[in-house]
Design a protein. Structure first.
Length: 329
């Protein structure tokens, strides 16, 4: 069985989502070895207790260097996680020369069918990335990045390592949640990769990278028992952006902006909700009553209202103010 190396990062706020993602990955890629950068000690302790088949849990304190700690002072939690994405991918390859390639995954993905078809498509490419594939109604969002940092793969060869090294340096220099000088977080840097590097493969599989910003483009079929399909091919993974766990075992799936024209694929979401319930139960066997990342309905409703009605410039001013306050703490 071939070993496939993956890496991801999350804190306790994403613990249940991360556990669900890992369980689905091990089921659909039996040879997976996942390197998890644990953004707090609670996450690391719990992941080690869950006895996943092949996992390396990396403590943040052991990972950070002086440069990372310095830029951390200027960035909010999300921005710092984005900054560390290429740093983690780079460091795993540096630490173990036997690893031929690695794929970064977001913690809020969920895998429904084997990932091997994606690797078959990627072949010998040095770098593998995936487009957002926005619907026409949301196409204006592409200004923030054509590609999504949800599945990003690198091979240990000259082109792959050169691309990863540049991305790491760029994110350490600048990685903020705003569009500025043709940059946006960690993702807009990817726009230049197909132009600047050889052997960059853009994934074409229709069952990969389904998400709130593109599900309206696709025809869903199948069932949990028979397997979900997208335009007649197996659904490989879905990105559960905005999904929230609520008190009382309830969930909030999406803001209204994503479902203005069509509802989300219900079966796909129901399966994910069942997986999250299992993750919560599994964690609570070790930590009774654990509620990491679970929010009140009022919290989520307020956030949805801001997402829908507050103009972006005002949200940006609030974000900058919160970042300055965090830096003083």
């Amino acid at each position: 069985m071939q070993v496939r190396h993956f890496c991801t990062l999350f804190d306790r706020g994403y613990l249940f989502k991360g556990v669900a993602m890992l369980r689905s990955l091990y089921r659909t890629c039996p040879g997976a070895h996942v390197h998890v950068l644990c953004m707090d000690e609670d996450t690391r302790t719990l992941l080690l207790q869950l006895d996943f088949p092949a996992i390396t849990c990396i403590a943040l304190a052991d990972f950070e260097d002086a440069q990372m700690r310095e830029v951390k002072k200027t960035r909010n939690v999300a921005e710092y996680c984005w900054t560390l994405t290429p740093c983690l991918t780079w460091q795993v390859l540096q630490a173990d020369p036997s690893i031929d390639g690695i794929t970064y995954l977001d913690a809020d993905l969920y895998f429904y069918s084997p990932v091997q078809p994606l690797f078959d498509e990627i072949g010998d490419a040095s770098v593998a990335i995936i487009e957002h594939r926005f619907t026409p109604r949301l196409q204006h969002l592409e200004v923030n990045g054509r590609f999504c940092v949800e599945w990003v793969g690198f091979r240990r060869d000259a082109e792959g390592m050169a691309c990863l090294e540049r991305w790491r340096a760029q994110c350490l220099e600048w990685c903020f949640a705003r569009l500025e000088d043709d940059r946006m977080g960690d993702q807009k840097y990817l726009d230049a990769w197909p132009r600047d590097f050889n052997a960059v493969h853009v994934l074409q599989h229709e069952g990969a990278g389904l998400a709130p910003w593109n599900f309206d483009r696709y025809r869903f079929g199948g069932s949990e028992k028979l397997g979900y399909t997208v335009n007649g091919v197996p659904l490989v993974f879905y990105h559960f952006h905005q999904f929230q766990l609520l008190e009382g075992g309830r969930f909030d799936r999406l803001s209204e902006s994503y479902i203005a024209e069509r509802r989300e694929p219900d079966g796909v979401y129901t399966t994910y909700e069942d997986a999250l319930r299992e993750a919560v139960a599994q964690v609570r066997q070790r930590v009774p009553g654990c509620a990491y990342g679970i929010k009140s309905a009022a919290q989520v409703t307020s956030r949805r209202m801001v997402q829908r009605f507050v103009p972006r410039p005002i949200k940006e001013l609030l974000r900058r103010a919160m970042t300055r306050m965090a830096g003083k703490l």
